[in-house]
Design a protein around this ligand. Structure first.
Ligand code: UD2
Ligand code: MN
Length: 580
């Protein structure tokens, strides 16, 4: 009997202990991982969720059933129309972000101007972007909202937005609302510059028109900007899935970057020892185009390059400019903004160049790419990239051209722009900007990785003379000309095949080894041709078959002669050496 009682007691005690242990575990979890904060923010979000499109009676912002709900916008517009205007979002940032107290400047010293430009955005999506921003931004900081309709087909959208928002704003009187409509399509770069010109706050935030800011997005960014006036920041972008519009967690282990063809890329970053995941980190480029910067620095940098057209490249250019001219870029993982990454462009790219030139250009591009046609989006991006390469890459622009040979054919014909004159050379002098090389060494070491199988490229120089191809096919002549001439040919040396080729004509420098007097000639490049194989001996270029060296003994005459170590006339230098 007593044995049974004893066992029962033991069971009871064990039960009580287990319950206690579990409670203790819960307390530890709540305290350690800031679950209390999350529970509180969850409740607040639930309250916010009441802001529903239907309840707001902004029914005209719902556009009904197009035949193809996705084609027009590249996301599920029907679903957007039916979701709450301001909806509950999951907390995607690290739990430690909720616990932190941010050191914020006084609101009167940190007024924020938000610039949103859009072209053919779905009404409900644009409204969600704006209402979410207003409801999740501390009122005292949100100084003004500048909305620019970039020539959308839905001409009434902006007017009804203005009517509704002005009425809704009547009681609180803030933020200041500025609405503008471009009568013709001007592109997002022009429009964002225009927004910045109209702005009067201390800080600018550029936002796409299909975004949802997450709770507490502003404070972490503001803290960094207030700490260091040279810094510009991006949040971590949380992807919103275009089909289901579900809000996902963005990756805080990525930084923004670009390659030599000036395409944007996410780059992996490695956490330093003891570096917390939530800590702000330096990034070669912004998180796409969503960035916050002090208005003063933006204008000091002369804004986005106004020569860039329609879409693409502007934030990469700003990033390069910022790094080279004394600034810094940080991504701040405690700040989260959702963005719909669309699978394709949702708009046309009107080519802005003169019609005649455009046709000529398209024909040339077609030839250049062996019949592969560039569409107008690609042509616009290529032109914008060429402008950036020419403006900031110094001698490294040859790498850009090596990867994008067709960019050479694109006429730049930079039209005078209505915005204040934009001259990169002047900006460099004014702000004492560093050469591009510095960025490669200190900011984006990824760019140093050598490209494919090229070992050197750019102009090929002997003393003050550069190797140049004159005339037109088939009467081509090899010459040595002044390196400052417009016609200096760019050469590539291919590491594995040893071919020395011209970038423009795609011809290779060859030697007929069987001839009595070996002669230099230019011929179409063919893989595996011994005649076209060159070796590098320091700065000498030695032909593999004849063992003769390229020589310039008479200053303006290119010959082959026996290799003489240290002969100045046999020393040929490329503008750019690739790292092995
Ligand atoms: C990425 C950037 C965007 C910008 C762009 C390159 C992100 C999240 N977004 O855009 O900020 O840097 O690359 O330029 O990284 N728009 C106009 N006029 C036009 C074309 C577009 O106002 O002629 C608007 C458009 O409605 C949208 C914004 O500009 O609000 C960006 O365009 P997008 O969303 O189509 O391009 P996305 O997200 O690929
Ligand atoms: Mn976008």
């Amino acid at each position: 009997m007593s044995g049974r009682l004893h066992r029962r007691l033991r069971c009871c005690l064990l039960g009580v202990l287990t319950v206690l242990a579990m409670q203790l575990l819960i307390v530890v979890l709540v305290v350690r991982f800031g679950l209390i904060d999350e529970l509180i923010s969850h409740r607040l979000l639930l309250q916010q969720q009441q802001l529903n499109l239907h309840q707001l009676e902004w029914r005209e912002f719902i556009t009904h059933t197009p035949d193809q709900p996705h084609a027009l916008h590249q996301y599920n517009r029907q679903l957007s129309d039916n979701l709450a205007a301001v909806r509950l979002l999951p907390t995607t940032r690290h739990h430690s972000c909720n616990r932190r107290r941010y050191r914020l400047p006084q609101a009167s010293q940190a007024k924020l101007s938000v610039v949103i430009c859009f072209h053919n955005e779905a009404r409900s999506m644009l409204l969600r972007t704006i209402l979410t921003l207003i409801s999740r931004t501390p009122e005292e900081y949100l100084h003004e909202l500048i909305v620019i309709d970039d020539g959308s087909e839905d001409a009434g959208l902006l007017a009804s937005l203005e009517r509704h928002m002005t009425a809704a704003n009547a009681q609180r009187g803030r933020p200041t609302l500025i609405f503008r409509r471009n009568l013709g399509r001007k592109g997002l770069i022009w429009s964002r510059n225009e927004g910045a010109r109209l702005a009067s706050g201390h800080y600018l935030l550029f936002l796409d028109s299909h975004c949802e800011v997450n709770d507490g997005w502003l404070e972490p960014l503001l803290e960094r900007l207030a700490l260091n006036s040279r810094v510009a920041v991006s949040p971590v972008l949380d992807p919103i899935e275009p089909e289901t519009l579900s809000y996902m967690t963005g990756n805080a282990l990525l930084k923004g970057g670009f390659d030599w063809s000036l395409h944007f890329h996410w780059l992996p970053r490695v956490l330093a020892e003891k570096e917390a995941l939530a800590q702000p980190y330096a990034s070669p480029a912004f998180a796409g185009g969503i960035l916050m910067i002090s208005r003063e620095s933006f204008h000091k940098l002369h804004g986005f390059n106004p020569h860039l057209e329609i879409w693409g490249g502007e934030s990469i250019e700003l990033a390069i400019k910022l790094w080279l001219c004394g600034g810094q870029i940080e991504i701040v993982p405690c700040s989260r903004i959702g963005h719909i990454f669309r699978p394709a462009h949702a708009f046309e790219f009107p080519l802005q160049f003169e019609q005649e030139q455009k046709q000529k250009q398209e024909k040339e591009l077609e030839q250049e790419l062996d019949g592969e046609q560039l569409d107008s989006a690609q042509a616009t991006y290529l032109r914008n990239s060429k402008i950036i390469a020419e403006s900031w890459l110094d001698e490294y622009k040859y790498l850009f051209y090596a990867l994008k040979p067709s960019a050479r054919q694109i006429p730049l014909n930079l039209r005078p722009v209505s915005q204040p004159s934009y001259d990169p050379a002047q900006i460099k002098a004014e702000l004492k900007c560093r050469p591009f090389d510095w960025l490669m060494r200190h900011v984006s070491p990824e760019l140093r990785l050598h490209h494919a199988n090229l070992s050197a490229l750019g102009s090929l120089r002997n003393a003050d003379r550069c190797l140049h191809v004159a005339g037109t096919e088939p009467q081509l002549q090899l010459q040595l000309a002044s390196c400052h001439g417009l016609q200096v040919t760019q050469w590539h040396l291919h590491q594995e095949s040893g071919q020395l080729s011209t970038s423009e004509q795609g011809l290779c420098l060859a030697v007929d080894a069987a001839a009595k007097q070996p002669q230099l000639s230019l011929e179409p490049c063919r893989a595996g041709q011994g005649r076209q194989h060159w070796l590098r001996r320091n700065t000498q270029l030695q032909h593999a078959g004849t063992h003769l060296c390229l020589d310039n003994p008479l200053k303006d005459q290119l010959l082959l002669s026996h290799c003489r170590p240290h002969a100045v006339s046999q020393s040929f230098q490329f503008a750019l050496e690739m790292e092995a």
